[in-house]
Write a new protein. Structure first.
Length: 567
């Protein structure tokens, strides 16, 4: 026979009555109970982060805790988190979300990220913060789950779009938020239409091309904070990248944006070692490069379309990357050219020249480096054809590889990352591999070819040189001698010492030089308007001198200075 315990509850009714009346507390036992109950619910300071008591898997760094505190207490849950690459924006956003969950102010939250980062975000929220986040896979999940991580590209398309816009979210977090810089795009319009109480936008590059990009992102957070677009342009903009009324602009930015920099004290990183390798083209490679360069200059002078001119320049860059990348573009041009025209015949000649290239100087150097290095290596290229060529070449040398690129679906990207971590020696990535994904288990990188946008270079490096990396990072840059590639690399490495900079310092330098176009467009314009490599090299040298001088005199950029406000 089971005996059920009997508890004396006669005291409870009397105690409840005294709690309601808050008196009298003359019996010591009742007073002690009331005191312990009040103590259990006490928040010592509203400015303190209650979520820190609930974190058991890791300890956030001081700058991350301070960022979360400012977002919650000063910015009321609406902010741009603009830390430089690798400083833990995801951790900061997780802290803010956890704090609002603990306080009971958030129940329904949506995290929109690039498709390659859905699994990574879901895992971090669950493992580090004990937040029950779920990766969106089916349409019914929008309403079924309270904390959902989804791809922005998926969410903005039908039938998902209608479901997302019908839900009122307590918090919206958008990673890689520079994709919202243009108010005329579907991305911006979609995020703007989402009903949200709190909102975090995460980006390492809050300004890439002009100040309007920053205005557009702030308008998503706090419409009217900087006035309308006409007011903003009148009060704060001299030219695209050149602000006026800087002190006032810094003050206003400081109310909605936080940017921690690597140069700030107390943030420890491992060393970054960079080695540039200049390679001599084989005779056949040189013949192809010279022929394509001549063709590009002839066509650039004839075309009136800027878009076509830049496509020609891409062809010249592809020759520096690989014969295969150049052949893909040449063949597309060849198919579009009219039969019997001089253009058709010239393209046919270039294709025949490309077929004769049997030696691949860069690929041989990659194999040599891989034989010399221990451990895993990330190999970055700009072009898909080069990526596939490199995989085939490395397979001949019994070097295991996996590919990573933008055309892969979310599951395939997750699978490729896992294969790289656990099986393969080399990850061959296009620019999609430079976005968001964390690869701290690797500490070696080869830039097979470099983008001309320095921000994208830093994005690449940030995949491995970030908080959590325990080893010194080694980066190899390959460049072919006496080509446009070498001239650009010299500009980046010798004049502005790109690999010693952080993004904020580069912003300050470029702003001070007052370029009329974006950095990479300026470089492209110089190359296209030069009659030969010598003239292009001279123009790039002069630009480099101006940048080097600006480097010596530039202080923190206005975007970085904004975060100093209120500290």
């Amino acid at each position: 026979m089971r005996i059920r315990p009997i508890f004396d509850r006669q005291w409870l009714e009397e105690f409840a009555a005294r709690v309601r009346a808050d008196s009298p507390w003359d019996p010591w036992e009742l007073f002690r109970l009331a005191y312990e109950a009040a103590e259990a619910t006490l928040v010592p300071s509203f400015d303190d982060l209650e979520c820190l008591k609930h974190l058991h898997a890791f300890s956030p760094l001081p700058h991350q805790v301070e960022t979360a505190r400012r977002v919650v207490n000063e910015m009321r849950g609406r902010a741009i988190l603009a830390d430089e690459v690798g400083l833990g924006k995801t951790i900061e956003a997780g802290l803010v979300l956890k704090e609002y969950l603990v306080r009971g102010l958030v129940k329904k939250a949506l995290i929109l990220v690039p498709s390659s980062l859905v699994t990574q975000w879901t895992a971090e929220l669950n493992q580090k913060f004990a937040i029950p986040a779920v990766a969106q896979k089916k349409a019914y999940m929008w309403r079924q789950h309270d904390i959902l991580v989804a791809s922005l590209d998926t969410a903005k398309r039908a039938p998902h779009r209608e479901q997302v816009l019908a839900i009122a979210y307590d918090m919206l977090i958008v990673d890689e938020a520079h994709k919202l810089k243009n108010a005329r795009t579907q991305n911006w319009a979609f995020v703007n239409a989402i009903k949200k109480k709190y909102c975090l936008l995460l980006t390492a590059t809050p300004v890439q091309n002009d100040l309007n990009e920053l205005f557009n992102m702030i308008s998503l957070l706090k419409p009217g904070h900087l006035g309308n677009d006409a007011t903003f342009a009148h009060q704060y903009v001299v030219h695209k990248r050149l602000p006026k009324n800087e002190e006032k602009l810094r003050t206003e930015l400081g109310k909605v944006m936080i940017r921690n920099r690597r140069a700030d004290g107390g943030i420890a990183f491992t060393e970054r070692r960079v080695e540039t390798l200049a390679l001599e083209l084989s005779p056949k490679e040189r013949e192809l490069y010279d022929a394509v360069t001549a063709f590009v200059r002839e066509q650039a002078q004839e075309t009136r379309s800027l878009r076509s001119a830049f496509a020609l320049l891409t062809l010249q860059r592809e020759v520096c990357s690989s014969r295969d990348a150049a052949m893909v573009s040449l063949f597309k041009w060849y198919k579009r050219a009219e039969e019997g025209t001089p253009l058709k015949r010239r393209l046919h000649e270039l294709l025949l020249l490309a077929k004769e290239v049997g030696t691949h100087t860069k690929a041989r150097k990659v194999v040599e480096l891989l034989r010399r290095l221990d451990g895993k290596v990330i190999l970055f290229t700009e072009y898909r054809a080069t990526q596939e060529f490199l995989q085939a070449e490395l397979a001949k040398q019994d070097i295991t590889t996996v590919l990573f690129r933008g055309g892969f679906g979310r599951n395939k990207k997750d699978w490729m990352r896992m294969l790289f971590e656990n099986r393969a020696r080399v990850l061959i990535a296009t620019e999609a591999g430079g976005e968001g994904i964390n690869l701290q288990f690797c500490h070696q990188m080869i830039n097979y070819d470099l983008p001309w946008n320095p921000m994208r270079v830093e994005q690449r490096i940030g995949r491995i040189h970030r908080l959590g990396q325990t080893r010194d990072v080694t980066i190899f840059n390959l460049a072919t001698k006496d080509t446009i590639e070498e001239h650009i690399l010299n500009l980046l490495t010798e004049k502005i010492r790109l690999f010693e900079l952080v993004v904020g310092e580069l912003d300050a330098i470029v702003t001070q030089v007052h370029l009329s176009k974006t950095f990479d467009r300026t470089l492209a314009d110089i190359v296209l308007r030069s009659k030969d490599d010598r003239e292009a090299a001279e123009k790039l040298r002069r630009l480099g001198d101006a940048l080097a001088q600006a480097r010596e005199t530039a202080g923190p950029g206005w975007a970085e200075a904004a975060v100093e406000t209120g500290r």
